[in-house]
Design a binder for this molecule. Sequence first.
Ligand code: NAD
Ligand code: WQD
Length: 357
Amino acid sequence: MAILVTGGAGYIGSHTCIELLNAGYEIVVLDYFLNSKPEVINTIKEITQSAFKFYTIDLLDKNSLDKVFLENDIEAVIHFAALKAVGESSYNPLEYYHNNITSTLILCEKMRKYNVKNLVFSSSATVYGVPERCPISEDSPLKAKNPYGRTKLMIEEILQDLYASDKEWSICILRYFNPIGAHQSGLLGEDPNGIPNNLMPYITQVAIGKLKKLNVFGNQYPTNDGTGVRDYIHVVDLAVGHLKALERITFSTGVEVYNLGTGKGYSVLEMITAFEKASGKKIPYKIVESRPGDVAVCYADPEKAEKSLGWTATKGIDEMCKDAWRWQSLNPNGYEKNQERESPYCIPSEDFLIGNK
Ligand code: NAD
Ligand code: WQD
């Protein structure tokens, strides 16, 4: 029995594949490399020294997905695949609604067809919009503020309807806060296309000298130092949360929603200080206008995940910054430079890339 991981070449998916393989799960991975690189697949194999099947498949391509279910004994699906850039989603809403929602509908149709009814879904703290209060618990009002966030909210509702129609489904919706950091090996991390939108990859690219300085978006928020506060969570802690969710859905049915966050908030200036300490690099910055749509403060109440899943974040801000810096400093150009790296576990891409890309 195998776990199908969609979007497994992405930032969070790849770290989750490692935790799954290390825990002894058989995995089948699919991705269409819309926001990731094929090199990641070999890196997962290299780090874990494990083999797994990989399919280059666009989830929007119904027929290819049949192949995955027919060729493998899938027990559960962890569904990461999505487009995730908030700004881009406002310029390109149709692409976001189509890619994120249609692909989830197709995936769920196929799961139903092949009688696979265990699903872990990647949602986001973005579904809380402007939180009424912090820490944010799962029963807080939901109101996404951009098309990306609305795709997550709509999918959550679709999944609730799916369970209401068929009580055999077991669905775990995980609302992630702000994942940062990288695998401890320094071989796997976040590799955004172009100029990063998110704080940590922007900071690491300033530290490595690819970007001149960080623009701090606003210092007039009602926080200790006036800059925005977020709940940063180590990507490996987040990955482990998926294993806990998997354990949970395999012995119960229903739809459950969990926050995956640390419960602690750090301001942008605190993040700069923590990163400077961890890396020994100075981060030049300039205070600029606040970013439209940003909220002042957002951090999780992680108690439900702790009580019901037995999961809690273990890695602190220093480790997150250290690991992010190790990844960036060893890989100044992300996965680009790693193309040359050789490993006995690297299988030539033609042999393991299946599909019609
Ligand atoms: P990512 O972009 O690194 O990974 C997503 C992967 O999905 C990419 O490899 C991409 O190629 C793939 N993909 C997208 N559409 C596809 C399709 N139609 N067919 C096949 N593959 C497709 O993003 P990530 O940071 O790893 O995020 C994973 C999930 O977590 C996403 O659903 C995202 O919305 C959600 N999430 C991310 C964050 C964050 O800050 N990174 C926060 C909250 C929620
Ligand atoms: C963090 C803080 C910024 C960049 C986004 C998505 C959300 C989720 C996670 C997917 C804020 C400040 C940032 C910069 C800055 N993704 N900042 N200068 O906005 O909390 O959430 O990623 O679901 O949906 O909206 O994360 O890392 O962009 O920003 O000052 O160059 O850093 O204003 O206070 P955010 P972020």
